[in-house]
Design a binder for this molecule. Structure first.
Ligand SMILES: Cc1ncc(COP(=O)(O)O)c(C=O)c1O
Length: 374
């Protein structure tokens, strides 16, 4: 039996042919898909068994590490490129330019290859050679530039914008995808991640939480779930140290306090991006998650669930656990498993690195057997 809310959702869907087609794809699970971009999305929703049993709730993780580029950012990469195509800024042979040091660049590089575009990435020159090499082997042109603050015109984001503007003036066929403030990013999650979560839980979801980098995932999923549940589903922002959003939400927009820094990558923000600004009033509450809790969860997820995930995923799962405790037993809480630990293994599983960050003691003794790197 569907809950009344889900029946209403189903009838809403039949009124929109394109949304209905999308839900059909969800229920068909994995068939043949059209190229790399066809393989983005429709990821499993994994019940985290130990954490669910411990809290008396259903704690479910959306397995975004199973996207073909390996992270949740494949969805945003596809949508910012689709948006540029729809606005006739990009035609075959065109160039996509972005400022990014992480997963968005990887997603863009893959999508560009699969669609025949050039990909140009600007990043701070403090990033590891491994990241530069990976983007280059995916066919991107990489410009490592001095790591300067956002208000400096030489910041990597501004250089990316100027590069795209120059090329667009010359060729009329280049775009700066601008992941932070381009709301096509958020749209990816309104049109895909949100509907998938709703369909996979049959609408029986009580809470959603995740951290924000651009804010696209949290904003888009929150918008969809709030609309479908008529406001019933609670949505919490999860924030690492060094980010201003926890204080911003807690103070209802009055404060943007920042203290400390975090080992997590791809999350934490110094401002309210355009992607997040659209939905920030829908966010019910915020959770501040320490690095100690996140690193311990990296190891717990490996040991108890067999999941090899990065620190932003671990932070999200801690947040889901804490949200479950707030909502109480019997509730269903969903979060996002953003990416795998592969790109971070040299740090997260290194004794020396953990000691240097003061995080070794945060990992329970029985899990030290996973610290296999010196
Ligand atoms: C590993 C990881 N987790 C989480 C996020 C945050 O996602 P969003 O930009 O949609 O807020 C990112 C974004 O780059 C990421 O790379």
């Amino acid at each position: 039996m569907f809950r009344p809310g889900f029946r209403r959702f189903a009838s809403n869907l039949t009124s929109s042919a394109s949304e209905f087609a999308y839900t059909l794809q969800v229920s068909q699970a994995q068939g043949t898909v059209n190229g790399f971009v066809g393989a983005i999305g429709r990821t499993p929703l994994i019940r985290l068994n130990k954490l669910s049993d411990e809290t008396g709730c259903e704690i479910l993780g959306k397995a975004e590490f199973m996207n073909p580029g390996g992270s949740v950012k494949d969805r945003a990469a596809l949508y910012v490129i689709k948006d540029a195509e729809e606005r006739s800024l990009l035609r075959p042979g065109g160039t996509v330019v972005e400022g990014t040091a992480g997963n968005t660049g990887i997603g863009l590089a893959h999508v560009c290859r699969s669609k025949g575009y050039q990909c140009v990435i600007y990043m701070p020159n403090t990033q590891s050679q491994g990241k530069i090499d990976l983007l280059r082997l995916l066919g991107a042109t990489v410009h490592p530039v001095p790591a300067v603050a956002f208000d400096n015109p030489e910041n990597y984001n501004h250089q990316a914008r100027r590069h795209a503007e120059r090329l667009a003036a010359e060729t009329g066929n280049a775009v700066w995808t601008n992941q932070f403030d381009n709301t096509a990013n958020r749209r990816a999650h309104i049109e895909t991640t949100g509907p998938e979560i709703w369909a996979q839980t049959n609408g029986a979801i009580d809470g959603f939480t995740c951290a924000t980098g651009t804010g696209g995932t949290l904003a888009g999923v929150t918008r969809y779930l709030k609309e479908q549940s008529e406001g019933r589903v609670k949505c919490f922002l999860a924030d690492p140290p060094g980010s201003v959003l926890y204080s911003y939400i807690k103070s209802k927009g009055a404060l943007t306090e920042r203290s400390g820094g975090s080992i997590t990558e791809g999350i934490g923000q110094g401002r309210v991006t355009d992607n997040l600004a659209q939905e920030i009033d829908l966010i019910d509450d915020a959770l501040h998650i320490s690095d100690e809790k996140s690193i311990a969860m990296v190891y717990r997820l490996l040991d108890e669930e067999g999941l090899y995930v990065g620190a932003s995923t671990a932070l999200n799962v801690v947040a889901a656990y804490e949200m479950a405790q707030v909502l109480g037993p019997g509730k269903t809480v969903v979060t996002v498993l953003c990416d795998g630990a592969y790109r971070y293994a040299e740090r997260l599983f290194s004794r020396g690195w953990l000691q240097g960050k003061g995080l070794l003691e945060a990992i329970p003794e029985r899990l030290h057997k996973y610290i296999v790197l010196p």
